[in-house]
Ligand binder design. Structure first.
Ligand code: NAI
Ligand code: ENO
Length: 366
């Protein structure tokens, strides 16, 4: 029997999931978004089977509803769902990066036909919007599920089957575990990346050549500062308590490091750096050199082996010599960003034009 699915919010994540779900033959997708242009794009590019501007009407006529709006908007949508009567069973899920506010709102849903399974695909990009949607975004990624108490094992399995084309692996967590862990490895690092960029910007007033000196290390650690500011602002405030806690820890740790410098305590500083290196090396067995790079083109890729070869051939055809090429992995072996470092700005622009002509999405940095 055909499963009807309402996707609410057809941005990067909602549309990428829609593309995956639509690959299953027995599905019929309805897309809802508050942005008219997004709905038009979804219709023209057949990302969904039908678009609607009537959320509260459509949700009572589907088997699944996938909420893929910003976290705070998803909380509002769940509050709207509280007011709706359902005559048929529905499994509702979401994709929010923060789970506690979502599951707190879900706890107030009391319609017997409604089962809610919180979700969070642990993959994304610095881009936003439906234009950035990609079929392969979630391949090999972790997809965290935080089921509400009323969700059954059968419903969990049904949702996993619906999301099977994403090729992600599912992991069940409770909202607190989820929010604490994702804060440490995803949310808080975004704040630090942005603060490092702000620091460089301030120092640029004194040293205007700072951007030219910004080499591999700075670029690596600040890459995520190029992400969608509206989304991250929302995440930080929805996850305020834990971010606040991590900031306190971080500030204390920075003060401890400052004391080591003041006290000329080289041994403790060495140990600190060594322990960090050992832990980091354990996270990622592969190492990379830290070559400086001045004119970089970042190319979005999936299927790394094939993509590397294609990108190199395209640039060779354009007579562009590559100074350095490196895969900045988003996820092990599949999706990532290829950083192609070139000698001159002219080469950078040529490379961008050539790669765009061949359908690649690129971002320039100098
Ligand atoms: N971008 C990323 O890397 C990841 C994001 N997420 C989560 O996915 C959710 C969506 O993020 P993105 O797709 O990146 O954002 P996006 O900005 O690309 O898309 C959000 C979409 O929701 C629509 N929208 C806003 N308010 C709405 C409402 N009240 N009703 C219906 N549609 C509404 C917007 O018009 C837009 O099309 C967020 O909750 C975010 O935390 C999860 C994993 C990764
Ligand atoms: O890994 C990161 O921090 C990313 O930038 C991609 C991302 C962003 C938001 C999420 O909720 C999950 C993954």
């Amino acid at each position: 029997m055909t499963k009807k699915i309402l996707i609410v919010g057809l941005g990067l994540i909602g549309a990428s999931l829609a593309i995956n779900i639509k690959k299953q033959e027995d599905t019929y997708l309805i897309g809802y978004d508050t942005d008219e242009e997004t709905l038009e794009y979804a219709q023209v590019h057949q990302i969904v089977n039908e678009v609607t501007t009537k959320f509260t009407e459509k949700i009572t006529d589907v088997d699944y509803c996938l909420l893929a709006a910003p976290v705070s908007k998803t909380v509002d949508l769940i509050k709207q769902i509280q007011q709706i009567s359902f005559n048929r069973p529905i499994i509702i899920t979401d994709v929010s990066s923060v789970k506690q506010p979502i599951m707190d709102a879900v706890a107030r849903l009391d319609q017997p036909n409604v089962s809610f399974i919180g979700g969070h695909p642990m993959a994304g990009s610095h881009k936003k919007g439906i234009h950035a949607a990609k079929e392969h975004l979630f391949e090999n990624a972790l997809y965290i599920l935080t089921p509400d108490t009323n969700a059954t094992d059968e419903q969990m399995e049904a949702l996993k089957r619906l999301l099977a084309h994403t090729k992600s692996s599912f992991l069940q967590l409770n909202p607190t575990e989820h929010d604490e862990m994702t804060s440490v490895i995803s949310h808080f690092p975004h704040l630090i990346a942005s603060s490092l960029v702000q620091q460089a910007k301030k120092w640029q007033k004194k040293h205007d050549r700072i951007p030219h000196l910004a080499a591999g290390g700075f670029r690596d650690i600040t890459r995520i500062a190029s992400s969608n500011p509206a989304m991250w602002q929302d995440i930080f405030f929805q996850n305020k308590k834990i971010i606040h806690h991590l900031l306190t820890d971080w500030i204390n740790e920075m003060q401890d490091l400052q004391k080591l410098l003041t006290n000329d305590d080289r041994t403790t500083m060495y140990d600190y750096l060594k322990q960090a290196k050992e832990y980091r090396d354990g996270l990622d067995a592969r190492k990379r050199g830290a070559l400086p790079s001045f004119y970089d083109v970042y190319v979005d890729i999936f299927d790394q082996t094939g993509a590397l070869l294609k990108v190199v051939s395209i640039l060779a055809e354009g007579d562009i010599s590559i100074k350095n090429i490196e895969i900045l992995e988003i996820r092990e072996g599949i999706t990532g960003v290829l950083r192609v470092s070139l000698m001159t700005q002219k080469q950078q622009v040529n490379a961008h034009q050539l790669l765009t002509k061949h359908g690649y999405e690129t971002m320039l940095q100098e």
